[in-house]
Write a protein that binds this ligand. Structure first.
Ligand code: NAD
Length: 343
C-alpha cells in the first residue's frame, strides 16, 4: 500500500457534501492513496463554529499543502467577504488553472482540449476602487485601478510555460488588450514576450487581443492550447471555454501558489437542489483528478477520467441537469462500475 497523501477536504455548502461524498467514493474505488482531513468552510462553518473560514481549516491546508474544495455559499448581508477570495489572498494562490476538455457527447464542440491560466491577484480585481463625490452626489464617479506588476506578470507567464512543459503542451498564447491599455496591458505583453524568449525552441508562443480571442474561441477553439492572461480576461474567457464543452458542470479549477494548491468545482452551491441527491458531481470529480495529477498520481487520474468519459458517452446514469433522472450516488456508482470493468 503506497504512503497516502494527506489532503484537506472542504465539502462545502449546499450540494457540496453530496458531491464530495460521491467523489471520495470514486477516488477510493480508483485506488487513489489519499488520507482526507475534513474541514468546514462557508456557511456550514459560520453556523457550526461562528466564522466562514476558521483557523483550523487554514491550518489544515497550510500543513497538507493540498485541498479539495466543494462550492461555498457566500453569506449575504453579514459583512463577510467571499471565502474563495479570502483563501486566494491568504495563500497567495496567484495562478488559476482551468482546463477545458470535451467529455460530454452533447457538448457544442467535440474534442476541445485547452487550458486557461489566469493571473489571480492583480488587474482590475486587485480591489483598488473608490467613489469621487461631486456637488451633492457622493458617488458621482467610480474609479477602479487596473494593477499590473512586472513581478506578477512574470510569475504567471513563467507558470504557464512551466505548465506547458510539464503537460506536454505545444503552444502558449498570451491574451491582452495592449492596443488600448498601453501601460497596464502593454507591460503584461512586454514581460510575456521576455519570458517567452526563455522558452524558445521548447514551447511555441503567440499573443492575441482579447476580443479577437473571444471570437476565435467560438469559431475555432482547436487553434488554442494554453492561454495565459490577466485576471478579468481570464475570468471571462474561462467561463466562455466552459460553455464550449458543456458548461460549468464540466469545468474543474485549480488555484495554485508556492505554499498551497486548492482544487475546486467551479459551479456554486446550488441551493435550489441541495439535499435532494440529484447534483452532478462531475466538476468536483474532475477537480479531484487535477489534484491527483498534482500529487504525482496521473495514471489514477487518467483512469478516473476514462471511466467518467465512458459513463457520459454511454449516457449511463445522467443526472437531471444533463437531461437524465439519476441521482448523485447512482452517477457515482456508474463511474465506479466502469472503473471496475477496466481493473
Ligand atoms: P450555482 O452554480 O450554485 O447554480 C446555478 C444553477 O446551476 C442552479 O440552477 C443550480 O441548480 C445549477 N447547478 C450548479 N451546480 C450544479 C451541479 N453540480 N449539478 C446540477 N446542477 C447544478 O450558482 P448561484 O445559484 O449563482 O450561486 C449559489 C451560491 O454559490 C452563492 O452563494 C454563490 O456565492 C456561491 N458560489 C460559489 C462558488 C464557489 O465556491 N466556487 C462559485 C459560484 C457561486
Amino acid at each position: 500500500m503506497p504512503t497516502p497523501h494527506d489532503v484537506t477536504l472542504i465539502p462545502g455548502d449546499g450540494i457540496g457534501p453530496e458531491i464530495s461524498r460521491t467523489v471520495m467514493d470514486i477516488l477510493e474505488a480508483a485506488g487513489a492513496p489519499l488520507r482526507w482531513h475534513e474541514c468546514v468552510g462557508g456557511v456550514t462553518a459560520l453556523e457550526t463554529v461562528g466564522e466562514p473560514l476558521p483557523p483550523a481549516t487554514l491550518e489544515s491546508i497550510e500543513t497538507n499543502g493540498v485541498a479539495l474544495k466543494g462550492p461555498l455559499t457566500t453569506p449575504i448581508g453579514s459583512g463577510f467577504r467571499s471565502v474563495n477570495v479570502a483563501l486566494r489572498k491568504h495563500f497567495d494562490l496567484f495562478a488559476n488553472v482551468r482546463p477545458a476538455v470535451t467529455l460530454l457527447p452533447t457538448a457544442r464542440y467535440p474534442d476541445v482540449d485547452l487550458v486557461i491560466v489566469r493571473e489571480n491577484t492583480e488587474g482590475l480585481y486587485a480591489g483598488i476602487e473608490h467613489f469621487i463625490g461631486m456637488e451633492n452626489d457622493p458617488r458621482a464617479v467610480a474609479e477602479s485601478v487596473m494593477l499590473i506588476t512586472r513581478f506578477g506578470s512574470r510569475r504567471i507567464v513563467r507558470f504557464a510555460f512551466e505548465y506547458a512543459l510539464a503537460h506536454g503542451r505545444r503552444l502558449v498564447t498570451l491574451v491582452h488588450k495592449a492596443n488600448i491599455l498601453k501601460y497596464t496591458q502593454g507591460l503584461f505583453l512586454e514581460v510575456g514576450r521576455e519570458v517567452a524568449a526563455e522558452y524558445e525552441g521548447r514551447v511555441e508562443f503567440d499573443d492575441r487581443i482579447v476580443d479577437a480571442t473571444a471570437m476565435q474561441l467560438a469559431l475555432d477553439p482547436y487553434r488554442f492550447d494554453v492561454i495565459v492572461t490577466e485576471n478579468m480576461f481570464g475570468d471571462i474567457l474561462s467561463d466562455q471555454v466552459a460553455g464550449l464543452i458543456g458548461g460549468l458542470g464540466f469545468a474543474p479549477g485549480a488555484n495554485l501558489g508556492e505554499r498551497a494548491a486548492i482544487f475546486e468545482a467551479v459551479h456554486g452551491s446550488a441551493p435550489d437542489i441541495a439535499g435532494r441527491g440529484i447534483a452532478n458531481p462531475t466538476s468536483l470529480l474532475l477537480a479531484g483528478c487535477l489534484m491527483l495529477d498534482h500529487l504525482g498520481e496521473a495514471p489514477i487520474a487518467a483512469s478516473v477520467r476514462d471511466a467518467l468519459r465512458r459513463t457520459l458517452d454511454e449516457r449511463a446514469a445522467w443526472t437531471p441537469d444533463l437531461g437524465g433522472s439519476a441521482g448523485t450516488a447512482e452517477f457515482g456508482d456508474a463511474v465506479i462500475a466502469r472503473l471496475e470493468e477496466v481493473a
